[in-house]
Every structure is written in C-alpha cells, then in structure tokens.
Design a protein around this ligand. Sequence first.
Ligand code: SF4
Ligand code: SF4
Length: 368
Amino acid sequence: MPSRVSITRASSYDAAEVYSAVKKSVDFIGGMAAFVRKGENILLKPNLLSARPPESGVCTHPEVVRAVARLAKGEGARIFLGDSPGGLGYKSAGSTYEASGMKKVCEEEGITLVDFDSARNIDGMPIAAWAKDVDGIITVPKMKTHGLMTLTGAVKNSYGLAVGHFKAACHLKAPMPEDFAKRVVDVFETAVPRLAVMDGIVAMEGDGPAAGKLRNAGLIIAGHDCVACDAVFAGIAGLDPLKVYIIAEAYKRRLGEADLSKIEVLGESISDAKLANFKLPRASAVMKVPKPILKVLAKAIRFLPRINDKICRRCRICEKSCPAECITINEKGSGIDYDSCIKCFCCHELCPYGAISIKRSLLAKIIR
Ligand code: SF4
Ligand code: SF4
C-alpha cells in the first residue's frame, strides 16, 4: 500500500475550523478509527520547543492538539500528552506546558499531562518511559524551518522523546548536520508514531525553529508515514525531500517513503499548497555547495551565533543549554567562545527573547 498523506486547509486557529480541517485530513487517510482503538492509551507528542505562547508560532498550537485529542477520544482512547522541551534535562516541562497553552487545553479536554521525568534505556538512548508504556503515539509537529536540519516536521518531533541531557550530548558528539540527522532518526526509530498531524496553519520560515518569520500557510498535513508527511512538507516548501538530511536518512533506513511520485496525496495537491518563495534558514545555504568544495572552504563559510546584548535579558537559558559550555552570561554582557562552539544553534533555538541571531562570514553571504 502506498504511503498516503492528506493536505487540508484552515485559515485560522478558530476551534471549529481547526477541528473540521483536522477531521477532514484524518478522514482522507481512513479516519481516526484506523489508528486508535477503544481503551487504548495514546500519547500526543506536540512540538513544545520552549516556553512560548501559541501566537509565537514556536510550538504546536493547542487548537490542533484539541482537535486530535477529540477525535482520538471519540474512538474511546485515553489521551496523554507530553514532551521534553530543549535544554531542560529531567526537569519538569511545567512552564512550557503553561506558556504554550497545553496545560489549559489538557484541563479542558480531560487529557492527562505527563512529565517525561523517567526513561527507558533503548539501544543506549534514554527514551521517555511514557513513550514506551502507552499503546501508541500520535505526533503533532509544527511546520517549521530549522537552522541545523533545514526543516523540522514529523520525524524531528520524535527527538523530544529523548530525555535528560542526551539531546545536548548528541550535538556535541555529532556536530555535523548529516551525523546529527542520524541521531535524530535513531530516536525516531525507538517509538515510531502511528499517526502524524502537522500544524502548518501558521508555519515558520527563515531562521526557525524559534526565531524565524511566521507564514500563514493555512495547512494541516496528516499521514501514518511520518517520513512521507515530511517529504510532502518539503515539496510544499519547494525542496527536494532527499536534500533534507533527516528525510534522506529515514528513507535510507526504509522507515517511510520520501519519493513524492510514490506518495498518494489526498485533499489539496502539493502544487496547490506550495508556499511560493518559502525562506529557508540562512545556515542551510551550505546545501548548495558541493561537498568536496565545502570541505576545502569549510573555514571560510561560517555561520556563528551572536548574542545581542541590547535584547538579552540575562535569563541564562542559552548558557545552561549550550552543549559545548562555551557561552558566558553576566550582568556586564555576554560572550561566546567561538573556538569551542560546535555551531549546533541550540542557543539560537532556545533563547526565548530572540536575542541570538546567526551571523555569516562574507563567503556564507555570497552563497546564499
Ligand atoms: S541570549 Fe537569550 S537565552 Fe541567552 S541569556 Fe540572553 S535572553 Fe537568555
Ligand atoms: S554557542 Fe550556541 S551554537 Fe555554539 S555550541 Fe553553544 S549552543 Fe551550540
């Protein structure tokens, strides 16, 4: 059976409109009954990168979560929701749940909100016990760009199933994008979701996943095959899916379909949904450079994080989450030891105030 991915439209986060778009999208691929059975425990895994409000476009919108939860509850499932936001270690995700609107929607919909505070060792990776204890996972990713991985969608959303400081340690062990993509797919493989419902109503382009520009894409993408969902997202963004490291790696491991000609797209077509001139992260410009040339010019094509002291509020989130421990924040100012920086852009991702930008060397600007 070919991988089937549906695309539907919603122009806003109005609850009724979102429910209708999500239901239509899931109905195209067989309806929620094809994914959830009565009495099952189902974990919803939204993208909760950091403690940001729904209108920031950084996290999955609570109305999309509400719609998915209602459909799954309608089939008689018990619904749980959890994530391990970036830079938290084993600490409670309480402030992220609160700020993102997840706590409120969980209270309103009878969803059990859980902390990923314990883990199972799966092939050497600390995977949230909740991910392994439930009967199935529905991933509810946000459609965004990603400085290191170009795009973040359904497969990358599973990275939040890894808990503790493992995520940061992976950046240190695998600083090159291709290698880091392998670590992301390793985590994805430990607990493959049975359904993905992607929130692309307001997407993020440019320097995502936290500091990009919002784009009213008005889309919901759903499918049982997370790789195919991401490939469709790539197509909508005007990218060859196999140029996105995570999609290419997952496809290589036969975890899903990435060949758009083999994916059955239902609802809107990719060409109708296409986002004209979708802006990619500045750091993704290296994709255009052939590998042998990149090796020679690696030092000249540089992308580095830069802290703007005028915007910085000294919250120290970047300092605490930097895997290379190369950020210093104090009252007088801030500093990054660029000799130790591994260019993972976690600081850029996690700064809640948009105080960290990505500066480019002259050659990096030229290849853009
Ligand atoms: S750069 Fe951002 S994350 Fe780092 S201390 Fe300043 S405000 Fe906080
Ligand atoms: S300074 Fe930022 S980009 Fe550099 S290693 Fe630390 S978190 Fe990663």
